[in-house]
Design a protein around this ligand. Structure first.
Ligand code: 6R9
Length: 642
């Protein structure tokens, strides 16, 4: 059975919470929420303190989520201004470029000044409280600056990952009707330039709403600026005032929209608000990473994903941390890059994704072992289940059997960490997300919604609201309710499967819906399908996940071509390129399986269960196929599997 790593004695002695501390805080968070959240929200500077704790219901009749709703505050002032007196000259961001020779250090005072100038520039370009600003930037300090500048003036940011295609970017700009886009001339990844500004130009051919583009000069590539629409940030910065009072925001005013994939339809604009989200990001960053002033913290996620929002920008900055921000990739210039950065900046806390660990693990221990890493004291994992082999490698090779690993389960929808071991409180089981964060009440249910007790396995729901919960789907409140609260009435359904063992540890087993997790990136199978069927030669497509050694899951696409189109490697390549163009490189199909027909029920539903089994090459037990309209289809698919 699985190994258990006990809490190291020095951790139990000095961490913010030990085992008894966890139990007591968890109890209070549930039984005395008013007192508990009074203390936790005191981490923030409120302009007007809240008196109303929460008014949240997951039931249709009075559905709604609100926390601290009569309080007011400003997120940027919490991340910057209040640190100036004590920590103005402390480094906030240690930036390292894709090219190891490129480095920048930015203090809290400098970051504050940049944000104020940026905020004034956004205002000059027409941004107002409540309006949306789309941010399409590489991992450079200006990404944090742009986000905080929006927060300062009450504009709602929508960050789009730099790896998304012009089409995907256009869809996200249109959905929230952004008038301003912030981008850079380009980004650098593994020595290659990503043409961000050119992508924006292409996207804007479809979006009439945008009337200003602010361009950060980063790679120095030549770009075209549209007269009257496009502006260089460095030119604006030179004339912008560094004085920008922070807008007083209600706790329930929107802070940001972040698009994420679900089982159906287009990506959803997940909306987070101000007071609850910031409390949740600050509290979890504090307890989970046990961050101490003076330490160096590094979360390797991109700001284009929720992990970058909560654990690169808001969590660490609200807590006054010094952090590394890295533009590049783990294997460039070589496979030691992560650990070279750890040594260069003497990183104490490192938070990364299993997919990167698996890729590095494959290259051999030497790349790690030739670096020192003695500064590390805590490691974290996020984005997908971490398999025990990768966990043990992380523990043994990267952490030298000295650093606890916090395996943090959460979602774009949950704002920040929901389940994780706390390093001073919980013995670690490799692959277990362990225990709920304060205020989180997990519940496992079976397919019919019956509650499962004790050691068991089922679908993971959360029964009560927590401050960092998303508030709505941008522009479609009904979709918010339908997506998350109707599968199991009165409960938030996560879409994840989960096991609870005899010691009460929770183990996330992966998605039980039509969402796949490719290298820690969420992808709706429906999105890839609709990209494929948009191709002129494709009649029908069905996409499922397949096990993949490095990426966790790969994309397996069954494609039926139009009558008269001959299957060929050329079409295969064409389709792969097409999907990359429609969505972005992260959606690149790993397998295109030409299928003369797809297995369907008599009512015309595609039987995905069977397609998944064939993709997994597990065809010995396909289960009940009696409802298929034509069972012969399955034999053909098995016979033609590559
Ligand atoms: C933070 C983030 C959410 C989905 C989630 C689950 C998977 C994330 C995990 C994990 C097992 C972990 N996931 N962390 N599965 N163990 N520690 O990744 O948000 O991009 O919205 O993805 O990722 O399946 O439902 P997001």
């Amino acid at each position: 059975m699985s190994t258990i790593h006990p809490v190291p004695a020095e951790w139990a002695a000095r961490a913010y919470v030990d085992a008894a501390g966890y139990a007591e805080k968890y109890r209070r968070s549930i039984e005395e929420p008013e007192a508990f959240w009074r203390e936790e929200t005191a981490r923030l500077d409120w302009i007007k303190p809240w008196t109303r704790l929460s008014k949240s219901s997951f039931d249709e009749a009075d559905f709604g989520i609100e926390w601290f709703s009569d309080g007011t505050l400003n997120v940027a002032a919490n991340c910057l201004d209040r640190h100036l007196a004590e920590r103005g000259d402390t480094v906030a961001i240690l930036w390292e470029g894709d090219d190891p020779s490129q480095q920048r250090r930015i203090t809290y005072r400098e970051l504050h000044e940049e944000v104020c100038r940026f905020a004034n520039t956004l205002r000059r370009l027409g941004a107002k409280k409540g309006e949306r600003v789309t941010i399409y930037l590489p991992m450079i300090p200006e990404a944090a600056v742009a986000m905080l500048a929006c927060a300062r003036i009450g504009a709602i940011h929508s960050v789009v990952f730099g790896g998304f295609s012009p089409e995907a970017l256009a869809g996200r700009i249109q959905d929230c009707d952004s008038k301003i886009v912030v981008t850079a001339d380009g980004g650098m990844r593994g020595g290659k330039t990503v043409p961000l500004k050119a992508n924006v130009d292409e996207a804007l051919n479809h979006c009439t709403s945008v009337n200003a583009v602010l361009v950060v000069r980063h790679v120095g590539s030549s770009v075209t600026l549209a007269e009257g629409r496009d502006h260089w940030w460095h030119e604006e910065r030179a004339v912008a005032s560094a004085d920008c009072p922070a807008e007083e925001m209600s706790a329930e005013d929107p802070l940001f929209i972040l698009y994420t994939s679900g089982s159906t339809g287009k990506p959803k604009g997940v909306l987070h608000t101000t007071g609850g989200y910031l409390t949740w990001a600050a509290m979890t960053h504090h307890y989970v990473f046990d961050y101490r002033p003076g330490e160096v913290y590094w979360c390797a996620a991109d700001v284009g994903w929720v992990t970058g929002h909560s654990y690169v920008v808001y969590g660490p900055l609200v807590n006054g941390a010094t952090q590394v921000m890295f533009e590049g990739v783990p294997n460039y210039p070589d496979h030691s890059r992560f650990w070279q950065i750890v040594d260069r900046y003497q990183v104490n806390i490192f938070y990364g994704a299993p997919t990167a660990l698996r890729a590095l693990m494959r290259e051999g221990d030497e790349w790690v072992k030739k670096t020192d890493r003695s500064s590390l004291r805590l490691l974290g994992s996020v984005g997908e289940p971490i398999n025990p082999e990768a966990w043990e490698w992380y523990w043994r090779v990267v952490g030298d059997e000295r650093c606890p690993i916090v395996d943090t389960w959460w979602q774009t929808e949950t704002g920040a960490c929901m389940m994780t071991p706390l390093p001073g409180a919980h013995a670690l089981k490799p692959g277990a997300a362990a225990f709920p964060m304060f205020g989180v009440v997990p519940q496992l249910v079976d397919g019919d919604g019956a509650v499962l007790e004790g050691a068991t396995e089922g679908n993971l729901c959360i029964t009560q609201s927590w401050p960092g919960q998303m508030r709505t789907v941008w522009g479609d409140h009904e979709r918010f309710f339908q997506t998350y609260f109707t599968t199991y009435r009165g409960k938030y359904f996560t879409g994840d499967g989960c096991k609870r063992d005899a010691d009460g540890y929770y183990w996330i087993t992966g998605r039980v819906d039509d969402v796949i997790n490719v290298s820690g990136h969420r992808m709706g199978t429906a999105e890839v399908e609709s990209a494929l069927v948009a191709h002129a030669k494709v009649a029908e497509a069905a996409v499922v996940g397949m096990p993949h050694e490095i990426k966790g899951q790969g994309i397996y696409a069954y494609v039926t071509l139009n009558a008269g189109e001959a299957e060929s490697d050329e079409i295969r390549k064409e389709l792969v390129q097409w999907v990359r163009r429609e969505i972005g490189p992260i959606a690149t199909p790993d397998v295109i399986h030409f299928a003369p027909a797809l297995p369907k029920t008599r009512s015309g539903k595609i039987m995905r269960r069977i397609l998944r089994k064939i993709a997994e090459n597990d065809t010995s037990n396909l289960g009940d196929t009696s409802t298929l309209a034509d069972p012969g289809v399955v034999d053909t698919l098995i016979a033609t599997r590559g």
